[in-house]
Design a protein around this ligand. Sequence first.
Ligand code: 5AD
Ligand code: SF4
Length: 452
Amino acid sequence: MSTKKFYIETYGCQMNFADSEIVNSILLEDGMVPAMEVESADVVLVNTCSIRENAETKVWNRLKELRKLKKSNEGLTVGVLGCMAERIKDRIIEQEHLVDIVVGPDAYRDIPRLLKEVDDGRKAVNVLLSLEETYADIAPVRTTGNGVTAFVSIMRGCDNMCSFCVVPFTRGRERSRPMESILKEIKQLSDDGYKEVTLLGQNVNSYKDGEHTFSKLMYEASQVDPEMRFRFSSPHPKDFPDDLLHIIAEQPNLCNYIHIPAQAGSDTMLERMRRPYTREQYLNLIDKMRSIIPGLSLSTDIIAGFCGETEEEHQGTMTLMKEVGYDLAYMFAYSERERTLAYRKFEDDVPEEIKKRRLTEIIQQQMDIQLQRNKAEIGKRHLVLVEGTSKRSDEQLQGRTDTNKMVVFDAWDFKPGQYVEVEITDCTSATLLARPIQLSSITEFYGAAVEA
Ligand code: 5AD
Ligand code: SF4
C-alpha cells in the first residue's frame, strides 16, 4: 500500500482516455490518492500515443518539461504509459534519464509493483503484450468526464495490419472483453446517471465472445436502459455486418451515426494501404447503410500523401469524399511509422509540401461539404443530449444530436444529462445553433422501440 499522490496526463485516442480510467482504478485500489495538479503529485504518468510523428513529438516535449519539474522536486517519479512504451523504452530510460517507469498497454496491473521497484532505486519496465488482458474485471474510475457521456472499452489490440498503422505493434493482438462484463459496466453507468456510452475497439466488427457478435452486443446494450444512447467506434468497411444496420434502424437509442474510415478513394491506394475493399464496395456499403438507416450521419478517417500517392489517387480521395458527403472527417497527412509494412516495403516519397497541399485541399472541400450538410438541418427538429455549458457563454448549453452534431442553444433551466427537443436555426461548418422547444426523452421523441 502507498499513500502517494498521482497525476495522469493522457494523449491520443478515446481508447487511451479509457485506459487512463483503468489506471486510475488500479492506483486508487493500491491506496494512492489523486493529485489535483501535476505540481503536487509524487507520481506523474503520461499515457502516450504513437499514431503519428507529431503525437510523439508532443509527448517528448512534455517529458522534457517534466524533467525540469523533477529537478525541483527530487522525489518525483515520472512514468510513460501506453503506445510509445514498447518502441522507445530504451531511449526513454537509458539515454535521456527522462523517466523512471515505462508500462505498455497490457501491463497496467503491474504499475503498483513497478512503482515499488522505483522506490528501491531501480528503473522499472513492463512492456509485455498479452493475448488475454482486457481489464474486464476493473471498473474504470472516471474523474475527468462530464458525468453524462462515457467510453467503454469492448476489445483491445488489432489484427488488421493496415500497412500505415503502428497500432498492431503498440497494442498487440486482438481480443474481446466478455459481453457480461461490458453490460455490467453499462448498467453501472446508467445507475450513476450517465446518458450516453460509446463502445470502443480498434476494429469493433471482429468483436466476439463465444457466440456473441458485435451486433448482439449492441442489441443487448440498447436494452439495458431505453434512455441511454449508444455509439461505437470504429468499425472496418471490410466486413461490416448487415444485421447491425437493422438493429440500429430499429432501436431508437442506438445513434444514427457511423464512423466508417475510408482512408483513401482509389483502388490502387487502398491496395497499398492493405485495406481489403474497393472504392465501389465502400460506396455500395454507404448506399446500403443509408437505405437501411434513413437520416444516417457519417464520418470517416482520411490519409493524404501515403507512399507513392499520385495526383490521380489524390483526386480519387477527393471525389470519394464528395460522393459520400461526410458529416465529419478526421483528416491526416501520412506520417511514417517504424515497424509497419509501409516502413519496410514502401518509400515515404510524397514531398512534405505536396502532402500539405493535398491535405489542405481535402480539408477545404470537407468544410464546404459540412457547411452544406449543416445548412440542410436548418428548420429540422432534433433531440439533443445536454453535455454542459457552451464554451462561449454560460447562458448557453451545448450537446449533441443523435447524429453526433454539436448544437448550441439557450440554457433556460435545462441541466446536463437531460434530453432537449430543439429546432435548428443556424449553423457553421462545425456547429448547429438551435432554439430549445421542450424537455423530452428518447421514448417521447422517437416513440417506443421496435422489437428486434
Ligand atoms: N499516418 C497518418 N495517419 C495515420 N492514421 C493511422 N496511422 C497513420 C499514419 N501512419 C490515421 C488513420 C486512422 C486514424 C486513427 O489515424 O486514418 O484511421
Ligand atoms: Fe490510440 Fe493508436 Fe495513438 Fe495508441 S497509437 S493512443 S491506439 S491512436
